[in-house]
Design a protein around this ligand. Structure first.
Ligand code: UTP
Length: 475
């Protein structure tokens, strides 16, 4: 008699998952059953129905009541310096009280970068080639010292990179952080499906699975016990960032302060878009709620609309930095049906999968879809939501692609430009090329200067200033 799971898959029209069953060894059969057991067939059927229709890519939402989301301006752009000071003091108090933990989502597959290890291992700094994980670890360590606080760090991995990620931290002695304050947990995964809705196989005894998107972080935080641990340790705020942006501040007291003062449960950082078609989600206000509209969904007339001053009307680009309150994560991530949950999106991808002859092939064009959830879809469920402006130069230069835009090259340049601006703030002269990149490589360890203010303090205290007309690493 067939295994009950096989019958279930056959009844759901997904019998192809077990088409090579008779050719599998005992352990292979076990693996396949374990993978199949994770899949909620009713959910896949619902998603196939809703997201695979011919018109599913067509955005049918009503944007008639869409307005730009209000935001708190940065002092360099007209923001009130006193309000920033007050927020910073409030954030520092929260940090000293131990209310905050750092949280990086590092479960993505990083396919565009084409790096065969987890993205957090990628060497990213201009001189020392420190990995992304090391950069964040040093920033957390520096923030601990600077704010006289203990900062736990939650790291979300995927089932595909979890073991490697943990091993990397052990190999590097947690980059000087206290091991018991670094917590790893896995996000969930979803099967990839072909355009006909059939679950794809990546081997004869293996389902093509993928991480369920950064929105999967909310249920994973609850499921893994991270939220329980937070509550037990008096932590009620998570500082959320992505693994690919080495400029991210990681811990920002002003942001924390504005979040608290605004009574918010999910807050976000924004930068003005550089040009209308820049590929960034945009913060908007819809039915009184802050939402992020993806660049591909924003109607062209709105994308190009200008205000009275000639600026883009919908200019607030999302850089995927958020603050999340514990209660909100618990509400959004709860497994019970009363939780609003986040919608799934479909992403058309080239998915390595078995062809009709049972051979694995990597197609040249998309052959199916991955179902993923996005964390910013939680925004409209928040009671209050603060959007805070930050400066692109000091906080956003992700490593997404191998070359060109948002690549290791552009990120190293952005880091050096930022370090150069700190030196210039200290009254130094930095030699530069015509496009403003320092002529001699510069790298500042977060342990020397965490931000411009901490850098200045340290720089001033140096008895002998280093020569700026050669490569400079400050640690
Ligand atoms: P991206 O959307 O850039 O995806 O992730 P990616 O998987 O890293 O890269 P590509 O698209 O395959 O090239 C943005 C952030 O969200 C995390 C990533 O690790 C990155 O920090 N993420 C993404 C997850 O943690 N889980 C996911 O399922 C997807």
């Amino acid at each position: 008699m067939a295994h009950p799971l096989i019958t279930e898959f056959e009844n759901a029209g997904q019998g192809q998952v077990f088409q090579y069953w008779d050719q599998l060894s005992g352990p292979e059969k076990k693996t396949l059953l374990r993978q199949a057991g994770e899949i909620d067939l009713a959910q896949i059927s619902r998603l196939n129905h809703a997201l695979l229709r011919a018109d599913a890519g067509v955005d049918s939402r009503d944007y008639s009541d869409l307005n730009p989301a209000p935001y708190i301006a940065h002092p360099s752009n007209g923001g009130d310096p006193d309000a920033w000071k007050e927020a910073t003091a409030m954030g520092e108090a929260a940090l000293r009280a131990g209310r905050v933990a750092a949280f990086v989502v590092a479960g993505g597959q990083g396919t565009r970068l084409g790096f065969d290890k987890p993205k957090g291992f990628f060497p990213v700094t201009p001189i020392r080639q420190k990995s992304l994980f090391q950069v964040f670890a040093e920033k957390i360590k520096a923030a601990e010292v600077h704010y006289r606080s203990r900062l736990p760090w939650f790291i979300m991995t995927s089932p595909f990179n979890h073991a490697d990620t943990m091993a990397f931290f052990h190999e590097h002695d947690f980059f000087g952080l206290s091991e018991e304050r670094v917590r790893f947990f896995r996000q969930g995964r979803m099967p990839a499906v072909g355009f006909n809705g059939q679950i794809l196989l990546s081997g004869k005894g293996r389902i093509a699975m993928n991480p369920d998107g950064h929105g999967g972080s909310l249920p994973a935080l609850v499921r893994s016990g991270a939220t329980r641990l937070m509550a037990e340790n008096g932590i009620d705020l998570l500082s959320y960032f992505q693994v690919d942006n080495p400029l991210c501040k990681v811990i920002d007291p002003a942001f924390i302060g504005f979040h608290i003062l605004g009574g918010a449960d999910m807050s976000s950082k924004m930068i003005p878009k550089a040009y209308a078609e820049e590929k960034m989600g945009v913060f908007c206000l819809q039915s009184g709620k802050v939402v992020v509209i993806e660049y591909s969904d924003l109607p062209a007339d709105l994308m190009h609309a200008k205000d009275d001053l000639g600026n883009l009307r919908f200019q607030s680009g999302s850089i995927a930095i958020h603050l999340l309150s514990l209660e909100f994560i618990e509400k959004m991530g709860a497994a019970d049906p009363s939780s609003p949950g986040l919608p799934f999106h479909r992403a058309q991808k080239k998915i390595p999968a078995l062809d009709a002859d049972g051979n694995v092939c990597l197609p040249n064009s998309p052959n199916g879809v991955k179902y993923e959830r996005f964390v910013f879809d939680a925004l409209p469920f928040s009671k209050e939501s603060v959007v805070l402006e930050t400066r692109r130069a000091s906080e956003f230069s992700p490593v997404k692609n191998r070359q060109g835009l948002d690549s290791p090259g552009t990120s190293a340049e952005a880091q050096m430009k930022e370090f150069a601006s700190w030196l210039e703030g200290a009254g130094e002269i930095v030699a530069k090329t015509d496009n403003g990149v320092p002529l001699y490589p510069i790298e500042v360890s977060p342990l020397f200067g965490y931000d411009e203010a901490t850098f200045l303090q340290k720089w001033k205290s140096l008895a002998k200033k280093p020569d700026l007309n050669q490569s400079l690493y400050l640690s």
